[in-house]
Ligand binder design. Structure first.
Ligand code: ADP
Length: 268
C-alpha cells in the first residue's frame, strides 16, 4: 500500500481535517516486475540467435571476398552493419535489466585514460569517415575503473555526436585534468538540445522530439546506461548545449595517478 495525507485548512490556516488515502499497489508492483523479467528473458533469448547469425555473416564475408564479387561483398557488409546495430540494441536492453536488478558488475583496472580514448576514437573514425574527429588529449591521467564500461560511455557519446550531427562534419574530443578529476568532453555541431530538455536526456527512454524520431532512430537507453555507469564509478556526467548549435557531453572521473612523460611518447 502507498499512503497519502492531505491536511485541510480553514481560512485562518488552521487544520480542521486530514484526508487519508491508501492505494493498493501490489498489482502495479507485480506488473512492473513481470515487465522487467520479460525484458530480461526476451533480450537474453534474442542474443543467442543474433550472435550465431553474426558468426555466419562473417564466414560469408570471407568467402565472398575470396570470390571478388563486389556487389555481394557490399550486401554482406551492410548485413554485418545492421547486425552490429541489433547486437548493440540487445546489449542496451540487457544492461537495463542488469541495472534494474542491481546486477551490473564492474571489474576495475588501472588504465591510461588518454590512450583508451584515442583507441576508441580511431575505431569510430574508421567506421564513420563522414565526420572528422579532432582530438586534444591532455589529461595524462591514470584511472582505476572498469575500462570496458567506460569505453561503452565514450562510444555512446561519440555515436550520438555522429548521429545527431548529420549536417556537420567535425567532432571535437578533449581530455584534461582539473584538481583530482579527469574530464572528457565530446562536442558536436549538430541539432543540439533545448535548455528545458537537457535535464531529461539521462532518463530512461527519453528520446528526441516526436517528429524527429524517424530521422534519428534509437531506444533512448544509451545515456541512461552511461549515467548509471559513471555514477557507479563515482564520477559525474552532464551536458551543455544550445538548440540548433550542437551539444557537448562531459563526464568526470577521479584520477588515480599521472602517467610519466616517457610513457606519453610511447603510448600515443
Ligand atoms: P537515443 O540516441 O537512442 O535516443 P540516448 O539515451 O543516447 O538515446 O539519447 C537520449 C536523447 O538525448 C536522444 O534521443 C536525443 O534527443 C538526445 N541526445 C543525445 N545525444 C545528443 C547529441 N549529441 N545532440 C543532440 N541530442 C542528443
Amino acid at each position: 500500500f502507498t499512503f497519502t495525507y492531505k491536511p485541510i485548512k480553514d481560512s485562518s490556516g488552521k487544520v480542521y481535517a486530514i484526508i487519508h488515502a491508501a492505494m493498493d499497489v501490489t498489482k502495479l508492483v507485480r506488473l512492473q516486475q513481470q515487465k522487467d523479467e520479460f525484458l530480461g528473458i526476451a533480450s537474453h533469448e534474442l542474443k543467442t540467435p543474433v550472435t550465431s547469425i553474426k558468426a555466419y555473416a562473417q564466414v560469408l564475408e570471407r568467402m565472398i571476398s575470396n570470390e571478388g564479387d563486389e556487389k555481394k561483398a557490399t550486401m554482406v557488409r551492410k548485413m554485418d552493419l545492421q547486425l552490429n546495430r541489433l547486437t548493440g540494441l540487445i546489449g542496451d536492453l540487457l544492461d537495463v535489466t542488469k541495472i534494474q536488478s542491481g546486477k551490473m558488475t564492474f571489474n576495475p583496472v588501472e588504465f591510461d585514460f588518454d590512450a583508451a580514448v584515442d583507441d576508441i576514437v580511431d575505431e569510430m573514425q574508421y567506421i564513420s569517415s563522414k565526420h572528422k574527429i579532432i582530438c586534444n588529449l591532455n589529461s595524462n591521467a591514470i584511472v582505476f575503473a572498469d575500462k570496458e564500461r567506460i569505453g561503452q560511455v565514450i562510444t555512446n557519446f561519440l555515436s550520438n555526436a555522429i548521429k545527431y550531427s548529420t549536417e556537420a562534419a567535425q567532432i571535437d574530443v578533449a581530455t584534461f585534468s582539473q584538481s583530482d578529476e579527469v574530464i572528457l568532453s565530446i562536442k558536436d555541431y549538430g541539432i543540439g538540445i533545448s535548455e528545458d530538455m537537457q535535464h531529461l536526456v539521462f532518463d530512461q527512454f527519453y528520446r528526441v522530439d516526436g517528429n524527429l524520431q524517424h530521422t534519428y532512430p534509437g531506444l533512448g537507453l544509451g545515456l541512461y546506461i552511461s549515467a548509471e555507469i559513471i555514477k557507479s564509478e563515482g564520477g559525474r556526467i552532464w551536458v551543455n548545449s544550445t538548440l540548433g548549435q550542437g551539444a557537448t557531453f562531459f563526464f568526470a572521473l577521479k584520477i588515480k595517478s599521472f602517467r610519466s612523460s616517457n610513457q606519453v611518447q610511447s603510448e600515443l
